[in-house]
Design a protein around this ligand. Sequence first.
Ligand code: AHR
Length: 499
Amino acid sequence: MSDSVELRLDPAARGGTIPPELYGHFAEHIGRGIYEGLWVGPESSIPNTRGLRNDVLEALRQLDIPVLRWPGGCFADAYHWRDGIGPRDQRPRRRDPIWGNVIETNAFGTHEFMDLVELLGCKAYVAANLGSGTVQEMSDWVEYLTGSADSTLVRERRANGREQPWHIDYLGVGNENWVCGGNMRPEYYADEFRRYNCFVRPPYLKPAIHRIACGPNEADYRWTEVLMERAGTAMDGLSLHAYSLPTGDWKRKGPATGFDENQWFSTLRAAVRMDELITRHSAIMDRTDPDRRVNLVVDEWGAWYDTEPGTNPRFLYQQNTLRDALVAAVTLHIFHQHADRVRMANLAQTINVLQSLILTDGPRMLRTPTYHVFELFKCHQGAERLYVQLSAAPTYTYGADTLPALSVAATRAPDGTVNLTLANLDPHRDHPLSLRVPSNVAAADWRVLTAAAMDAHNTFDEPDRLVPAHLPAPAQEADVLQLNLPAKSVARLSLSPVS
Ligand code: AHR
C-alpha cells in the first residue's frame, strides 16, 4: 500500500468528444478469425444468422462496436473482391500464401461482411488491394458496394441479392505497402496512393468515404514525412501500425501465458510507447496539416505473442490474460489523450487472432480480459472528455526501469453520468486514491478487473474466471470518495447525476 493519490476532476474543462471509432476493431482472414470465429455457414449446427454465429454476434453487440476493418491486413494485399461474390458454391478456392498456405474458400466475402456490419450496427472500413490489385479493381469494388445508378456492376450486386447500395465509411487504399503490400518506398507509394485515390471519385462518393493511406510502421517517421508532403492533401487519414511484443524480437516474441514479471513489464512498456509514437508522428503531420484535418488511424494495435503451442504458427492464435487487459486499458487511455489527431483505432484482431476479444473452440466461446476492458470502457464512446489531474505520479519500477503506475481517463456521458476508468500497472502495489466528487453526481458503480496471477485468463471450462467484479460503492466522507485500486487491475467508477 502506498500514500493516497488525489484525483482532481475538472468537470468544467471541456476536452471535446471521444470519437467512438477509437474503440474500433479489425477482422482479417487469418487462421480461425473469420472462419469458425465469425462465420460457420448457414448449414452449421452452431446457431447462426445467415452463417454468422449467434453467440459471437451477441457478445460483440454488447460492446457497441463502432467500426470494423476487413479483409486485412496483409490478406487484403492479395485479395480480389470478385472472388467473394456470387453463389458460394461457385466461388474460387484460392491458396492463401500469406497466412499458412491454407485454402481460402471465399465463403465470407463482400455480402457476408456487409451483413455482419449491419447486424452489428457498426461502420464499415474496407481495405482495398493496392499491392497486387488494379486501380480498376478498386474503383469497381467501390461502385459495386455503393453505386445506385443502373450500371452493370450495380445490376450484378442486385442479382447477388442486394438491392440497395451499402454505405462504406472508410476505404483503406493499401495496407503495409512498405512490406507485404508491395515492398514500396514511401515516394513510390505516395504516387500510387494518389493514382488509386484519384479513381475513387464521384458519383460513388456521396456520402463521403474517408480515404485512408497506408502509414508508417511504428517509428518510421520518414514514411510519415514523405506521405504527408507528397499526398497529405489527398487523404483523409494516415494509418499507423504498432504492436506490443514482450521481447521486441519478432522471432521469439514471448509466451502469452506463463511469463515472468520481466515480460509483464516489457509488454506494458511497449504499450505505453504508443504515446511517443503518436506524439512524434502527429508533430510531423502538424507541419503540413496544422489544422489536424488528416486523421492518424491506428488501425492495427495490440499485444503480439508467440502462438499457442500446438497451433499453426501462421494462425496467430494466442491466449489473452490480465496483462492484455492492462495493455488495452493504457492504450485506449493514450488514444483519448490524442483524440484531436487520432480519431480511429482498430484492435487486432477480434476473434481467435492476436489480442482477441473472443476465443472459440467449436461451439464454445469465451470472452477474454480484453473483451471486458472494452465493455467497461464503452461508456466513453461519444462522451465528452474530462480532465483528471493527479496530485502525484506514482511509478512502477522494475530493475532499473520505470513506468507510470497509474493510467486514468474520464468522460461525461450525454445523460450526465461521469465515468472514470483506471489502470494500475504495478503487479505488487495497491494504490489508494481519493476523489473529490462534483456536487451534481454521486458514486453509483465501482467495477474492478483483477486477479492473483499476472497471467490469469479465462478457459473454455471456466469462461468467467476473470470478469470485472462489482464492488461495494467506495467510502465517501463529505464530498471525497476513497478508492483502492488493486495491484494489476483495470477499473471503472461511474458517478450518476443527482438532482
Ligand atoms: O495483424 C496481423 C498482420 O500484421 C496484418 O496482416 C499486417 O497488416 C500486420 O503486419
